[in-house]
Ligand binder design. Structure first.
Ligand code: NAD
Length: 299
């Protein structure tokens, strides 16, 4: 069985590494945050005290990091991981980053004979825990095929989107659409509630009607409608407003690069910026956009 180095054990990486252990892989993990590393250790990973230590001797290096700057700092440059990995090592970056950053990483790896792919995910923390993530992969078909057994231990769907960077393009298209239907769902629910409807009754009606969508059905943003989602626990955990803003920024940069009109994506980014103007809101789950529409008590 292959040895895996897992770097970045946050909301997503922590449960993904735990599923690899459950799948029988030997996982050596690193995260600079001590509590995250300790949790991984309790989940059966070996804990390393640096990314280089975790990656030494690994067959596969997987990263799940907050942004492209951190990914590039980790792998590239004279002190980067690519300098110390052997050509037989395979790299799978699951972070959501710019497609151009993913291409740069994959090209730099290729120069050293290392096969790398971009493999961002969809499904959120619940799918990360359940091992049912969707992986959107970019890179050579043979590299994606080689990654399949490892990805299968963490996910239910593995798509080959196209050459290097295409996984990232698929991911930001998906998340731009997610932001748009989350905002639309929150707006519609508030309109109903402000006009005397119970949000659960309205949700049931729309789920059986033409307004049905993932935000309404699987991730309802109105508190009290659905159990087990961030709205039922004060919008804690889940996918933060800060990360959604990052993805919408990537979508807008990509749209600018291809001269594509994305008026709804731009509006969604503006609304999330308004909501995330308050630092506390940036840490909440992105379904907290519901609060932008709610009236203060007594209004
Ligand atoms: P997170 O902030 O919870 O976790 C990121 C982790 O990376 C942190 O524990 C941090 O300490 C660690 N880290 C930072 N620098 C590091 C380094 N140099 N080496 C090793 N670890 C390092 O973020 P998350 O929610 O787990 O998201 C991770 C990635 O997955 C992001 O790119 C995000 O956009 C994407 N994503 C998140 C979700 C979600 O629902 N949370 C869904 C899909 C995709």
């Amino acid at each position: 069985m292959e040895n895996i180095a897992f770097l970045g054990l946050g909301n997503m990486g922590g449960p993904m590494a735990a599923n690899l252990v459950k799948g029988g892989f030997a996982v050596t993990a690193f995260d600079p945050a001590a509590p995250a590393l300790e949790q991984a250790r309790q989940g059966g990973c070996a804990a390393a005290d640096s990314a280089h230590a975790a990656a030494s001797g690994a067959d596969v290096v997987i990263s799940m990091l907050p942004n492209g700057g951190i990914v590039k700092e980790l792998y590239l440059g004279v002190r980067g991981l690519l300098q110390v990995l052997g050509p037989e090592t395979r790299v799978i970056d699951c972070s959501t980053i710019a497609a151009s950053d993913a291409r740069q990483l994959i090209a730099a790896a290729g120069e050293r004979g290392i096969r790398a792919i971009d493999a961002p995910v969809s499904g959120g923390t619940a799918a990360a825990a359940a091992g049912t993530l969707s992986f959107m992969c970019g890179g050579e078909a043979s590299a994606v095929e080689a990654a399949r057994p490892v990805l299968s231990a963490m996910g239910a769907n593995i798509f080959h989107a196209g050459p290097a960077g295409c996984g990232q393009v698929a991911k930001i298209c998906n998340n731009m659409l997610l932001a748009i239907h989350m905002i639309g769902t929150a707006e519609a629910l508030q309109l109903g509630v402000d006009n005397g409807l119970d949000p659960k009754v309205l949700s049931d009606i729309m789920k059986a009607s033409s307004g049905d969508n993932w935000s309404l059905d699987k991730y309802n943003p109105f508190p009290g409608v659905m159990e087990g989602v961030p709205a039922s626990r004060g919008y804690s955990g889940g996918f933060s407003v800060a990360l959604m803003l990052k993805d919408l920024g990537l979508a807008m940069d990509t749209a600018a690069g291809s001269a594509t009109s994305t008026p709804l994506g731009a509006l969604a980014k503006n609304l999330y910026q308004l909501h995330g103007g308050d630092d506390a809101n940036r840490r909440l789950d992105f379904s907290s956009i519901q609060n932008l529409f709610r009236r203060p008590a007594g209004d």
